[in-house]
Design a protein. Structure first.
Length: 362
């Protein structure tokens, strides 16, 4: 399963710059709308301090981090839900992602045009969110019509989906994002197949520069995020893109010399991981230490399948060691002698940081 974060926003807010910084990619960057036509796709490692600590103990030859996929989608404009600026195509690209990274411009620049001439985070967000709402509203209304036809043919058919969709339409018509609507877990599962844009977990990324005006714009964005119960991550996208091409020594010197206030790229990756409701388990050996991402609540048989279908097919049991125990005792044999290595079956619920050895027979 690929976990995708879609980067969205108005044209010329720094989406492709951010994408390149996150993924060390080569997405086109230009000072005009719709520079990006087809979505750019790249991956970012989820850096986890635990994997380095494990490596020092085991001295493995290879370290493999888990990754998140980022998709850079072309800028949306007012009327996107009706096809403006190739909007329908771009909205379709967002539906294929799991989390939305909404980039908001929080910097002034005479050299970079703004789609609506003035930098106003609230207005910019409203334009994007309105288009997402209108697109979802159309999707829900079409689905309702299809379900009503089925019910008309078969009057005995009672579809819970119809009730949930009508509930969604009520919220969307009032400008409420479905993620902020009063839907329970079961109702959200029922409409999952529609991949509604406004149901996707979302973070705001404030693309800033080092000017004072940028802080004032960031504060405006924070007020909006508090109302929506979401997060804001400030980023100096162009600066971080420049830093990404430096080695570690050069980067440390540059940050210290120019007193760089913050770096936000890792915050975006880590927050994306959290919004996707993912946890990490590890497989550890002399040849390789590997981090694996899996949905919170997954079982050991699902974790086995994540590694290889044969692990699931021939699953016997899973040996589980807690990361804290591995760090403390630094020896698998000692951990087993102390009874700290547990044997679990198919239905064991994987915990974040578990070190797992699967026993299987095919």
């Amino acid at each position: 399963m690929s976990f995708k974060c879609g980067i969205v926003g108005l044209p010329n807010v720094g989406k492709s710059t951010l994408f390149n910084a996150l993924t060390k990619g080569n997405a086109a960057i230009a000072n005009f709308p719709f520079c990006t036509i087809k979505p750019n796709i790249g991956i970012s490692p989820v850096l986890d301090y635990r994997i380095q600590k494990l490596s020092k103990i085991v001295n493995s030859k290879k370290i493999v981090h888990t990754f998140i996929e980022f998709v850079d989608i072309a800028g949306l404009v007012e009327g996107a839900s009706k096809g403006e600026g190739l909007g329908n195509q771009f909205l379709s690209n967002i539906r294929d992602t799991n989390v939305i990274v909404h980039v908001v411009r929080c910097f002034e620049s005479n050299n970079i045009v703004h789609a609506y001439q003035k930098i106003e985070p609230l207005k910019d967000i409203e334009i994007i969110n309105t288009e997402l709402i209108l697109s979802d509203l159309e999707t829900c209304e079409k689905s309702v019509l299809q379900l009503k036809k089925k019910i008309k043919i078969n009057k005995k058919l009672e579809d819970k989906t119809l009730f949930v969709l009508q509930k969604c339409i009520s919220f969307l018509s009032r400008g409420v994002m479905i993620r902020n609507a009063l839907l329970d877990i079961e109702e959200k599962k029922i409409i999952r197949y529609l991949r509604l844009l406004t149901l996707k977990p979302t973070m705001y990324v404030a693309n800033m520069n080092e000017e004072k005006e940028s802080i004032a714009l960031l504060n405006q964005l924070k007020i909006i995020a508090i109302k929506e119960n979401t997060v804001v991550i400030p980023v100096l996208a162009q600066l971080e893109l420049d830093l990404s091409s430096m080695n570690t020594t050069e980067k440390k010197y540059f940050i210290k010399e120019f007193d760089i206030p913050f770096l936000g790229l890792h915050d975006i990756i880590n927050k994306g991981y959290q919004l996707l409701n993912l946890i990490t388990f590890f497989t550890v050996g002399p040849k390789e230490i590997r981090a694996w991402s899996i949905s919170k609540g997954s079982t050991s048989i699902e974790a086995a399948e994540k590694i290889h279908s044969d692990f699931k097919k021939g699953f016997i049991r899973a040996q589980i060691i807690k990361f804290s125990d591995f760090l403390k005792y630094k020896s698998e044999s000692i951990i087993k002698e102390l009874g700290k290595c547990r044997t679990e079956g198919k239905n064991y619920c994987i915990q974040d940081g578990d070190i797992i050895h699967f026993l299987f027979n095919v």
